[in-house]
Design a protein. Structure first.
Length: 308
């Protein structure tokens, strides 16, 4: 439906002003903070996307996903029996089998997500992208994080973008598809809104801000614009699409702010792993540190918390 996006106008100064106000929000304290942080943990896609990934560090990541917070800390909060785990483990296609086998051996049902479709640049032929997606699904990935071809956005080829994402959606089969817009490379907030709409029209289960490899990753202005697009799409179709900010989210305070923003823009029903994820690799460490402080009154030494 090109009519939905043909007259899009984004008031950038207003968006930026709202984003600056968000940064000044007062965060919650005490038990409320601990509760929000545990909610954030359940929405984290615990990620390793490095060229030196090996089976052993993927295994370590999987065990951390199953036990994200130390058991004694959860017991102190009376949350040890609530099934607190990360939302997913995210790896490259070549490491999917390692993650699937590790989680299966651990008796854990955490889904494995795989980046695909020429991640992170998207500069590979469509046939190659589709093959990579199918292989990742074949290896056992239950979620696929594809990346769009930015050139299609920058040159206004909206029907071409729709067709590319639609074919990727078909290649995913039963797996959920998160579409990475790489917002830092789209040129304008209007393009971010349009790309969000096209991605949802083409069947994306989630739209995601960034690969984490761009110069600019998850920022509040693009988050606001993407969430407004999700809201508009929901009003038009009745279909709820998830949202995933990723890249550069490293502190517990930032995680809570993103949760609060989702609650404000989309509502409480979006604050579940089915509709909200945080893409992060180092965030969990700071969240566990803050929970340690809440329980004990002091910060943990480096060796007292397991590596994420």
């Amino acid at each position: 439906e090109l009519g939905w996006i043909s007259k899009v106008y984004v008031n950038r100064p207003a968006v930026v002003r709202h984003a600056e106000e968000i940064k000044k929000w007062k965060t919650v304290k005490g038990n409320w903070q601990a509760a929000w942080l545990l909610k954030a943990v359940t929405c984290i896609d615990l990620t390793t996307l490095s060229g030196d990934d090996t089976p052993s560090n993927v295994q370590r990541l999987c065990f951390k996903a199953k036990h994200p917070i130390r058991e004694d800390l959860l017991k102190a909060l009376d949350m040890h029996d609530k099934g607190i785990t990360a939302g997913a483990v995210c790896v490259y296609p070549a490491r999917v089998s390692d993650a699937v086998n590790t989680l299966k051996a651990a008796g854990c049902n955490i889904p494995v997500a795989s980046v695909a479709a020429g991640f992170p640049s998207g500069q590979t032929p469509l046939e190659t992208k589709l093959t990579e997606i199918r292989l990742a699904v074949e290896y056992g990935a239950r979620e696929i994080d594809i990346v769009i071809s930015r050139s299609l956005v920058l040159t206004g080829q909206w029907e071409g973008l729709y067709e590319e994402i639609r074919q990727c959606r078909a290649a995913c089969g039963e797996a959920h598809m998160k579409t990475i817009l790489a917002t830092g490379e789209l040129g304008s907030l209007a393009n971010v809104y349009k790309a969000s709409m096209i991605a949802m029209m083409a069947g994306s289960d989630f739209i995601k801000t960034s690969t984490g490899k761009e110069v600019e990753n998850a920022t509040f202005p693009v988050g606001i614009v993407m969430m407004r697009a999700i809201k508009e799409y929901y009003w038009q179709t009745g279909y709820k699409v998830g949202f995933k900010p990723a890249g550069g989210i490293r502190t517990a305070k930032e995680a809570i702010t993103w949760l609060m923003l989702v609650k404000e823009e989309l509502g409480v029903e979006w604050l579940t792993p089915e509709l909200f994820r945080l893409g992060a690799s180092s965030l969990l460490g700071d969240i566990e540190q803050q929970i340690f402080y809440h329980v004990t009154g002091s910060y943990a030494l480096q060796h007292e918390l397991a590596m994420a």
